[in-house]
Design a protein around this ligand. Structure first.
Ligand SMILES: Cc1ncc(C[n+]2csc(CCOP(=O)(O)OP(=O)(O)O)c2C)c(N)n1
Ligand SMILES: [Mg+2]
Length: 147
């Protein structure tokens, strides 16, 4: 379920609720307004519609994506553990990890024509965002994080 928050121009969907449409929505907002929306997306969620980047690159649609990379479907693991009363550490998951080989989202996003950068620290955010705002097409900004 999409939730509309009480302040302007924010479209919020809880973890899992935006899979498939978050990235195209970000591109659509950029197309409609000429200004980039900032779309926050998980690595697994991004794979449902990452080709939206190509449309944004092709038509120089301003758009910014911040992608949290943990190489897993973490929410599904958390839900499983909550339901079963188990812990992440003691559970053997099937089909929840994008590892061995790791999915290389940086190369995938670049392959669809996006500018890519990794956000290494909080201090870097200002500069990274300035560069993204100056770019006429899509920027795909990666935050590597521990699960
Ligand atoms: C269309 C659709 N398919 C499947 C799901 C089930 N689902 C909920 S969360 C999730 C994984 C999200 O993974 P990721 O984006 O990597 O976020 P993380 O939990 O790792 O931060 C999936 C597949 C869903 N919510 N919507
Ligand atoms: Mg993930």
């Amino acid at each position: 379920m999409a939730v509309r928050l009480g302040f302007r121009n924010v479209h919020f969907s809880p973890r899992g609720g935006g899979l498939g449409w978050a990235m195209p929505l970000g591109v659509g907002i950029g197309l409609a307004t000429g200004k980039p929306a900032v779309c926050f997306v998980g690595d697994g969620g991004s794979l449902f519609s990452i080709h939206a980047l190509w449309t944004a690159a092709k038509y120089a649609i301003p758009s910014i994506f911040v992608c949290f990379v943990n190489n897993e479907y973490r929410l599904l693991k958390d839900l499983w553990c909550n339901a079963m009363g188990t812990t992440i550490e003691t559970t053997r998951f099937v089909g929840m990890d994008f590892t061995d080989p790791d999915v290389d989202l940086q190369r995938i996003a670049a392959g669809f024509g996006a500018r890519t950068e990794t956000i290494e620290s909080l201090h870097a955010v200002d500069d990274v965002l300035s560069r993204a705002l100056a770019h006429p097409g899509p920027s795909f900004l990666i935050i590597d994080r521990e699960p």
